[in-house]
Design a protein around this ligand. Structure first.
Ligand code: NAP
Length: 302
């Protein structure tokens, strides 16, 4: 739309360290579009409900063109929307709100962002994939990966959380070769399947700043020889998992590219323009370097 001023933003709480404004404002500038991306800190519902409803109404009436949603509202926002994409409905979480014919539609670009980024990293989707974790990011990874890989393993420290995710994937007929494992990767856990695994995805926060000395991969288990590691964490840029995997000769990647991809897909929906991913990535790296400089990393904390 010519001369449109884009008002975009993120709903969450708290939002002090959000990297999204830097990424989206860089995309707006690179596309030569007027506007900005703001933070809307809204308390968890029910306290923040009135404020959330009013913000969503502003978007319904065209006063905002796009909203992202983050913790703690990714599920809570669903009943306040007019519809969901099928992926957001399967995942049960919304990270992007679109306006379609006056209706607010909840989407999940984490899933598509994950697959887009993974495909750049591995070229083809490996047959045998292991997801560590069963929370929001793991659900986005699992629902997008399940129809694309042959065998999916899901390991979480609460086995019932992994089982629930596994059951939903089976029910949706996305993959019938699915195995749920405890995150304590013991002989009765991962070892019987270990050498089959070609891709390990960390979707837990283990190793995320400031707990940089933690890793979801046990010290006493060697990595599968021919696997690649994709860690969704983007801060720090080299987690302990990535470092140990690389030391063992494995290829490993962090979550910065997925963060850019999910943002780029949302931006494209809102503006109709394909944004400059390199400008978005540069803005993200600048913000991460800034936050890295201002974060204390306790030596003993795990
Ligand atoms: P979440 O919904 O809280 O889920 C986290 C999952 O990891 C849960 O299964 C949780 O189990 C488990 N977990 C938490 N701490 C753990 C630990 N120390 N060891 C083992 N398992 C642990 O969080 P999320 O939104 O999925 O985010 C997970 C990670 O992905 C975060 O680091 C986040 O920054 C990253 N992420 C990256 C992107 C990207 O674009 N790159 C996008 C989304 C998320 P319990 O329920 O038992 O605690």
């Amino acid at each position: 739309m010519a001369n449109q001023e884009y008002k975009l933003g993120l709903i969450g709480w708290p939002l002090g360290h959000s990297l999204s404004p830097a990424i989206h404002n860089a995309a707006l500038r690179a596309a030569g579009l007027e506007g900005n991306y703001q933070l809307f800190e809204i308390s968890p519902l029910p306290d923040g409900k009135k404020e959330m409803v009013s913000l969503l109404d502003n978007m319904r009436h065209g006063k905002l063109q796009g909203l992202n949603v983050t913790i703690p509202h990714k599920q809570a926002v669903i009943p306040l929307l007019d519809g969901l994409t099928s992926l957001a409905s399967q995942i049960g979480a919304v990270n992007t709100i679109l306006l379609e014919n006056g209706q607010l539609i909840g989407d999940n670009t984490d899933a598509a962002g994950f697959i887009a980024s993974l495909t750049k990293f591995t070229k083809t989707i490996p047959n045998n994939c292991l997801i560590l974790g069963a929370g929001g990011a793991a659900r986005a990874a699992a629902f997008s990966l399940a129809p694309r890989c042959k065998q999916l393993y899901i390991a979480a420290r609460r086995k019932n959380q992994a089982q629930q995710l596994g059951n939903e994937i089976l029910k949706a007929n996305l993959n019938s070769n699915l195995q749920v494992l405890p995150l304590v990767l013991s002989p009765e856990g991962i070892r019987p399947f270990l050498e089959e695994i070609q891709l390990i995805i960390n979707a837990t926060p283990s190793g995320m700043s400031p707990n940089v000395n933690a890793s979801p991969w046990p010290d006493d288990i060697s990595f599968p020889e021919h696997a690649a590691v994709y860690d969704l964490i983007y801060n720090p840029s080299e987690t302990l998992l990535i470092k140990t995997a690389r030391n063992a000769g494995l290829r490993a990647q962090n979550g910065t590219d997925m963060l850019v991809e999910q943002a780029a897909l949302a931006f494209q929906h809102w503006t109709g323009q394909i944004p400059s991913r390199s400008e978005m990535l540069n803005a993200l790296i600048d913000s991460l370097e800034y936050s890295e400089l201002h974060t204390h990393h306790p030596k003993e904390e795990v």
